[in-house]
Write a protein that binds this ligand. Structure first.
Ligand code: GRF
Length: 213
């Protein structure tokens, strides 16, 4: 474990705003050795985010950066970058982080910010994606892990998982099944991103690992 913690390639940060079930899935995957990474820090923009406690229970440093303590978005993002650089993180995972990420953070960590979104992007970006899909009447929706870019839920896609919409579904039952898939594919996508054998070709995330290796 000490070896992993000293390896900057595998030091990740998780940014949250709420319950932190995706954070928990990442913690569990690390504990089960399905994910070769160490969470160097969890940052929330809300002091009451239950995810902060999950992190502390797992022995992970967890802090809150309150937006009202900063003059504007840029000052907030500068503070965030400073915190992340000080922990030498190599990848930043947004997990229910309900705040737009500014160019300051994206420029400091190019192609190193991931997000999980509860729909099959590019369908239903933005808030309440599960409800959007349900009300639209699609028969299949799902979950997406993608790189974060300046566009809303718009970056290159690493992994997706499909979830059928059942006639008997409510927004709640559908959301619960999507969440199971989020928890499955997020740690897997983080491992893929950390492994590093990939390139971005236009909008496409392409793995370059040689066959049989
Ligand atoms: C998840 O559905 C995620 O896709 C979305 O916000 C929710 C966060 O849930 N961006 P949690 O805080 O990880 O439990």
């Amino acid at each position: 474990m000490a070896e992993t913690e000293n390896d900057s390639r595998h030091r990740i940060a998780v940014l949250i705003s709420g319950r932190g079930s995706n954070l928990q899935a990442i913690l569990d995957a690390i504990a089960a050795r399905r994910l070769d990474a160490a969470i160097a820090i969890v940052v929330s923009n809300r002091a009451d985010a239950p995810g902060l406690e999950r992190a502390r229970e797992a022995g992970v440093e967890a802090i809150c950066l309150v937006p009202s303590d900063y003059a504007d978005r840029d000052a907030y993002d500068r503070g965030l970058v400073e915190v992340l650089r000080a922990r030498e993180v190599g990848l930043i995972c947004l997990a229910g982080y309900m705040r737009l990420v500014g160019s300051r953070l994206l420029e400091a960590f190019p192609n190193r910010v991931l997000n999980v979104h509860p729909s099959l992007l590019p369908a239903f970006p933005g808030l309440e994606a599960q409800r959007q899909a349900f009300e639209h009447g699609v028969r299949v929706t799902g979950a997406t892990v993608h790189f974060v870019t300046a566009g809303l839920d718009d970056g290159p896609i690493i992994l997706q998982a499909a979830v059928p919409v059942l006639d008997s579904d409510s927004v709640e039952t559908l959301s619960a099944r999507i969440l199971v898939e989020e928890h499955r594919i997020y740690p897997e996508a983080i491992q893929i991103a950390l492994d590093g054998e990939w390139t971005i070709d236009g909008r496409r995330f392409v793995r370059t690992r040689r066959a049989g290796v």
